[in-house]
Design a protein around this ligand. Structure first.
Ligand SMILES: Nc1ncnc2c1ncn2[C@@H]1O[C@H](COP(=O)(O)OP(=O)(O)O)[C@@H](O)[C@H]1O
Ligand SMILES: [Mg+2]
Length: 250
């Protein structure tokens, strides 16, 4: 067991391959049966559960909304009682099988100032993370989440882009924001879905963003996704080998 969990946040524009790459990172970590891994789907658009082949039950936001309703209902529970309930409820959102646990953040239905609850959830997730060696967070598209909620505890930031200039710009912006807000120890950019042997220059990778390498367009991933199969069980393929090479640099 590691002293401190390695918390890997996967971020980037929508549709660039964050969920696929998160699932393949988990796949790689699972090769070592002693690793205890927590996968977190932090994207309200969800998808990581399917990519990992796990069943998603309640989300953290279900717990949050229940708590808000209870508070607004004025059930009269004291603060200590509330906290105990919340702790218990949080265990109910954790799906565990062997050395992999899964947690989905969900989508907040209730906007407004519930800062204290949000802070509480962030703290509980952070303390849960202490029970694992690796935490892999499949992030929400864009930069919204980078300095909020779970992301604040990331130690490693994996920026993902496709070869498009727009995708690369989003990655660069996230990197800039993260550098200011996150205190990530390590960060790097992976360019996904690259065909042919494109070079870093050919790809217009921003020069101020640390670069890890490319992952090719790979039918193994495309077909697994099209068939709704988990990426945990795929055979080694060009994409999984390329990802491993990128992560070694990180
Ligand atoms: N290297 C790859 N080769 C082929 N298809 C890929 C690759 N990476 C991602 N895809 C496909 O691209 C689509 C979007 O990927 P996804 O991981 O869901 O992106 P995101 O989570 O960033 O929205 C999916 O259909 C996925 O199968
Ligand atoms: Mg996704």
């Amino acid at each position: 067991m590691l002293d401190k969990p390695c918390v890997i946040a996967v971020c980037g524009k929508g549709g660039v391959g964050k969920t696929s790459i998160s699932a393949m990172i988990v796949r790689d970590l699972l090769r070592h049966p002693e690793n205890r891994i927590l996968a977190i789907d932090a994207d309200p658009a969800v998808g990581l559960a399917a990519a990992l082949g796990v069943a998603a039950a309640r989300t953290v936001d279900d717990v949050r909304n229940d708590l808000i309703s209870r508070m607004e209902g004025g059930g009269g529970a004291g603060k200590a009682e509330m906290l105990a309930m919340l702790d218990y409820d949080m265990l109910s959102v954790l799906e565990e099988s062997k050395n992999l646990a899964f947690l989905a953040i969900g989508r907040p239905e209730k906007e407004g100032c519930y800062c204290r609850i949000n802070q509480l959830l962030k703290d509980i997730i952070a303390s849960m993370a202490q029970n694992f060696d690796y935490v892999v967070i499949d992030g929400e598209a864009g930069i919204e989440q980078v300095n909020r909620r779970v992301m604040a505890h990331a130690t490693h930031l994996v920026l993902v882009s496709d070869p498009s200039v727009r995708g690369l710009n989003v990655a660069q912006t996230i990197y800039t924001v993260a550098k200011k807000a996150l205190f990530c120890e390590y960060a790097g950019l992976i360019v996904n879905r690259v065909s042919g042997d494109a070079t870093q220059d050919g790809l217009r990778v921003p020069s101020d963003t640390p670069y890890l390498g490319t992952i090719p367009e790979d039918d193994v991933i495309r077909l697994a996704d099209a068939a709704g199969r988990s990426l945990i069980d795929i055979a080694d393929c060009e994409a999984s080998e390329a990802l491993r090479a990128c992560l070694e640099k990180l």
